[in-house]
Design a protein around this ligand. Structure first.
Ligand code: DUR
Length: 304
């Protein structure tokens, strides 16, 4: 089987190069997770039993499960980890679907807030920012400019070891509905809302200590908290989903092609306490996956 078009490769059969689906194989309401096992668990437990589940597994590790929930077509897509995988997923699914999309990410994260305890859930109602390693900072020379430029780099933070982006918001209606459904399922005390920080590494830009690399990240959590006091979670995907959803179909005059509209929201299970050090157990994860997975599907199918 050959792929044509180096700009946006599609197979002879119309399948995208990485996610591997073609027109008609993905529903317009999508739940995206990282772990394929989580995708299968949620589909097997909650999808309507009278509609067969169609599975497409790609060579690059994407798994798409399409079926119905309460009579409405839905897909669950497992994408693995990281902003690149989220980028593949959103763009390739957008290329083989027609009309507006609603996408909820349901993943895992670390917590940098007392309000978000291990074994509970968070919804990124305030949106997400992206924390990226400033690669140039680590190449030995750092800021080798002089005079005014050096001073400017210092005050603008251009040579800081990590960069924090501006905030991108979720679709507020989708996000608010998600909060109420998750609170209903898990209990209001077990759901924190706030800002997500999406990092380009599990390690350096999530402020983990690795003696084998000089990561300069001892101050990072404090820096994030100072600039964004509403930051509660650290993970690796949500920002890219919200960012691409906010950009999809936008034209030069600022208007949005309604056929390309993407509404997105994000929720996570808190796996790691990055202030204290606690980590989630397998039993708690399983319980959260089932109940929050259902809440996400409810949100998607009720969203008008
Ligand atoms: N994740 C993090 N940081 C954590 C816990 C979970 O990034 O502390 C998420 C994002 C990524 C995967 O998909 O889980 C990495 O283990």
């Amino acid at each position: 089987m050959g792929f044509t078009n180096a700009n946006f490769p599609l197979g002879d059969d119309g399948r995208t190069y990485h996610v591997g689906t073609k027109l008609g194989e993905t529903a317009n309401k999508i739940l995206t997770v990282g772990d394929p096992a989580r995708a299968k668990l949620i589909a097997q437990t909650h999808f309507d039993k009278d509609v067969p589940i169609k599975e497409v597994s790609s060579k690059r590790g994407f798994v798409t499960l399409t079926g119905a929930y309460k009579g409405v077509p839905v897909s669950i897509v497992a994408i693995g980890m990281g902003i690149s995988m989220m980028d593949f997923f959103v763009r390739e699914v957008r290329a083989v679907t027609e009309g507006p999309l609603d996408i909820i990410r349901f993943g895992s994260c670390g917590s940098i807030s007392e309000r978000a305890k291990v074994g509970t859930l968070a919804v990124a109602t305030d949106g997400a920012v992206c924390a990226t390693r400033n690669y140039d900072h680590f190449t030995g020379t750092g800021d080798n400019s002089a005079g005014l430029t050096k001073w400017l780099n210092k005050v603008t933070g251009r040579n800081d070891p990590y960069h924090l982006s501006q905030v991108v918001k979720p679709d507020s209606r989708l996000s608010n509905k998600l909060v109420s459904k998750i609170k209903e399922a898990a209990g209001a005390d077990n759901v924190a809302t706030g800002l997500n920080v999406t990092a380009d590494s599990f390690y350096s830009s999530q402020a983990r200590y690795d003696p084998r690399f000089p990561d300069d990240n001892q101050q990072l959590v404090e820096t994030i908290q100072k600039r964004y006091p509403n930051a509660i979670t650290l993970e690796m995907e949500s920002f890219m989903l919200l960012h691409l959803a906010a950009c999809s179909g936008r034209k030069a005059d600022g208007s949005v092609d309604p056929q390309l509209r993407i509404r997105a929201a994000a929720t996570t299970m808190i796996f790691a306490d990055r202030l204290g050090g606690e980590f989630i157990t397998y039993e708690v994860t399983e319980k959260l996956e089932a109940l929050a997975g259902k809440a996400c599907l409810e949100t998607l199918v009720e969203m008008q």
